[in-house]
Write a protein that binds this ligand. Sequence first.
Ligand SMILES: Nc1nc2c(ncn2[C@@H]2O[C@H](COP(=O)(O)OP(=O)(O)OP(=O)(O)O)[C@@H](O)[C@H]2O)c(=O)[nH]1
Ligand SMILES: [Mg+2]
Length: 510
Amino acid sequence: METEAERTSRLYAEAEAKRISEQIDDDLREERERLKKKKGDVKVNALYNYAPHILILRCKLLLLGQAESGKSTLQKQFQLMYKPTSMDQERASWTAVIYFNVLRLDDTLDEDAEAQPTSADDSQSIIPKKARGNGIADQPSPSTSLLTGSIIQGSPSSLMPSEAGGFHSHSMKEGGALQIANLRRRLSPLVAADAQLAERLSGGISVSGSGEGGVFVRSGWQARTIENALGRIKQKRPSVESEKKTREIETQEPQDPLVQDVRRMLEHIRELWHHPTVKGLIAKRKLKLDEWSEFFLKNITRVASPDYVPSIGKVVILAVYRAHIHLIPPDDILHTRIQTMGVAEHIFDVNIHGKSVTWHLFDVGGAQGQRHSWVPYFDDANAIIFVAPYLEEDPRTNKIDDSLQLFTQICSNAAEKRSLDKTDLLKAKLDTGLKVRKYITSFGDRSNDYETVVQYFRAHFLQVHRRNNENCRVLYTHFTSVVDTKATQRIIGNVRDSIFRGYLQSAALV
Ligand SMILES: Nc1nc2c(ncn2[C@@H]2O[C@H](COP(=O)(O)OP(=O)(O)OP(=O)(O)O)[C@@H](O)[C@H]2O)c(=O)[nH]1
Ligand SMILES: [Mg+2]
């Protein structure tokens, strides 16, 4: 016979069992509904609920690709997304890089003035660039400066456009040559400034295997550049007055005297940029500027202004404020170009489904002499983002081929994601009549439109991946312009989710 105490205990146990059973039913129903809504999210939540101790607390991500492919630009997008305040703090240090990019106009003028058109078809002709310094093949860059070179003296006619610039007569040509010669004389102090800027950015260290004449930055250069500038100010004026000034500077934007000196001379660069002769050469495509130099030269008035601070992370929009229209400048920092030396680690706390995960992003130098430094990072990388530029018109090296070869080597090594980059430039080049088959013969007679070209490149990379995917890694492809903040940040979000899902699958938890 059941006692009262036993009965109470039994009823309690039955009620508890029923409650647990209903709870499980509810959980399962909820789970099913969530699964229907968003499969991936449910898997992630399930992991957090039932196995919180095995969360990835650390995720290693490698950014690989050839030089100038856009790895550091993509890294800046990550920083903009996950650590925007640090980007803001570094703004002043980017001025030196931007001025360094602006001074490339002189180099380009010098070398292109000596070069001859490569084909009778001007719309297609690309003037070859000479390698600076050690001549690394995938680091095309100028070798001498207009400031020290001899374009006008050596070959005045080469700077004379016959149609686009409107200089037909001999005397007009001579007039243009004289004006440019005068400008160059005024620019001569920039020779030293250019070298100093290069030294400042490279931290005074020259390393073999670096392209672009050894001008590069290493991890943490932003802080060093600012400290350097402030250190020089302190050294120059060790008085009470100077200490007061230094304190003032520390609370405002750091002011680098060298950068200030260059800024004052940019007026002459502006004149050179607007000179009809230079304009004529550009119009006839006899002057090939790097896209980053061109970007800053087009903005030279803003960039040379006394209170200039590089803009950051803004989409170009027109803001209407009290009936005034303000043009918010495009992002300067994303358009800068300075090559990376070695491997730079960037750490971000990334929020994934409400949990914080520490990401270690490794941005590597892509020059051929740099690639050996990637090796130690392959083993425990959770994912690789391989950045491939679409089409670079460099006659000395077929960049797509180089990218495919590099991709083949990487495929047999590790997990990878891939991003096909510089789609904006591809579109622009196709619009100006560039024929893909001229650079890639296997493209054949396919239609020269953007969609066909994009799919053609994609198919190439997929094929390489299929043939070399010994580790059965997953490949995701994205087409993007990395300087487009909105589009790139959407891709970063996708990459984050797919890496996390891949991790869960590899842990056999879903
Ligand atoms: N217009 C445009 N420019 C781009 C794009 N991606 C990169 N760039 C520019 O290309 C230049 C080279 O990019 P980086 O990010 O420095 O190249 P990288 O791969 O880090 O090069 P290394 O450090 O030498 O290996 C920069 O000036 C970028 O602004 C793009 O999608 N569109
Ligand atoms: Mg880089």
